[in-house]
Design a binder for this molecule. Structure first.
Ligand code: ATP
Ligand code: MG
Length: 366
């Protein structure tokens, strides 16, 4: 068993390839009731970093467990490197999964935890030692090799769990909310570390989170799930700029998009509150307007608004304004020390950045 990178059998200068992954009409039912995974289709390229994101219970973990072979599919096909693997057990699929709770062996040192999987597969002492040393170096764990998990911080434990996964040189890396037990600061650091790890040890990665910021910052492509189905697949910017549904629009982006119902006709958009806005979309009839916080600016004309709350973030300020036309709206603004809650102003929506959805189906219409 070779050590992890560089692969001695690979030509000089080449990097080890992760496998492609294909999910086709994949279904998982637990008993009666709605399917946990309800017919999903996804093609993942070799070494791609794909993030599955969606609200609690939408089927993210179930999808991951189906890929790992920890659950049997009720229907559909799973392919790794082009081969159907539905009939293969978890061990034969050659994938590594990192969980939220690390699952380290408490009585083993860091080095023993990282090398455990290799030892169990019968690798020689020398190969295990080399692979563990290399993983420890990549993850900056070298100083901690003789510690027990009980003496590590949350972030260090998480790195050990990743070390254990990477020494195996799996064809796929599967992460299920690996950062959700960490505090906000450490989450941010580990987010960067996982991306750095992916750059240094390129492997096809499926990363599950319910945190849309994690999805936006880490993914090559984001898969937004809702109730067992895929709502949208795209790059983070695709999903942010052109959400295909009101669900995706509301889920991705913080602060969230503001929505208001109205009607589109030849004169433009008239909101339920009576406010009239110019709009050159070709769609006619009832629509839901969606505006992101950066699509609104303060001006002399527009919707009368009163400032409710300020969140100064340093470089910019998020301001929550109360309006009759749209209700409460978040606006992204330049910092202004003179601005205080209670201040009044006019908000001007940039309608070239408006998102319009069919109120009945929730699908995008512009
Ligand atoms: N072993 C099981 N038996 C029965 N139902 C299950 C089982 N595992 C999951 N489910 C159900 O399947 C659905 C999807 O669950 P899943 O764990 O995949 O969601 P998730 O997207 O990972 O949610 P979360 O963000 O809360 O982890 C849920 O309705 C859940 O209750
Ligand atoms: Mg889950």
């Amino acid at each position: 068993m070779p050590a992890i990178m560089p692969d001695p059998t690979a030509a000089k200068g080449t990097v080890p390839q992760g496998a492609t992954l294909g999910l086709y009409d994949l279904v998982k039912r637990y008993g009666s009731g709605p399917a946990a995974v309800d017919g999903i289709n996804l093609d993942v390229a070799a070494n791609e970093f794909v993030v599955l994101v969606g609200p609690s219970g939408c089927g993210k973990s179930t999808t991951l467990r189906l890929i790992a072979g920890l659950e049997d599919a009720s229907d559909g096909v799973i392919k790794i490197a082009g081969d159907k693997v539905n009939h293969l057990g978890a061990a034969a699929r050659d994938v590594a999964m990192v969980f939220q709770n690390y699952a380290l062996y408490p009585h083993m040192t860091v080095a023993q935890n990282i090398g455990f999987g290799l030892r169990r597969r019968g690798a020689s002492r020398a190969d295990v030692k080399a692979a563990v040393a290399q993983a420890a170096e990549i993850l900056e764990l070298t100083e901690l090799m003789h510690r027990l998990p009980g003496d590590l911080s949350g972030g260090q434990k998480q790195r050990v769990a990743m070390g254990r996964a990477i020494v195996r040189r799996p064809r796929l890396f599967l992460f299920d909310e690996p950062l959700s037990n960490l505090d906000a600061r450490l989450r941010l650091t580990m987010r960067t570390e996982i991306k750095r790890l992916h750059a240094r040890v390129p492997t096809t990665t499926i990363y599950v989170t319910h945190d849309q910021t994690e999805a936006m910052t880490m993914a090559d492509r984001v898969v937004v799930m809702n109730a067992g189905r895929i709502e949208q697949i795209g790059t983070p910017m695709d999903i942010y700029n052109t959400p295909v549904s009101r669900f995706v629009a509301g889920f991705i982006g913080a602060p969230a998009m503001t929505f208001a119902d109205g009607v589109l006709d030849d004169r433009g958009l008239t909101l339920a509150s009576g406010l009239h806005l110019p709009c050159d979309a070709r769609h006619r009839g009832p629509v839901t307007l969606g505006l992101r916080p950066e699509a609104l600016t303060l001006g002399d004309s527009g919707m009368p608004a009163q400032l409710d709350m300020l969140e100064p973030l340093g470089a910019e300020t998020l301001a929550l304004w109360q309006t009759d036309a749209l209700g409460p709206v978040w606006v992204r603004m330049a910092p202004d020390p003179a601005l205080r809650p209670g201040a009044t102003a006019h908000l001007h929506p940039d309608m070239t950045r408006a998102h319009l959805f069919d109120p009945a189906s929730g699908r995008r219409v512009n």
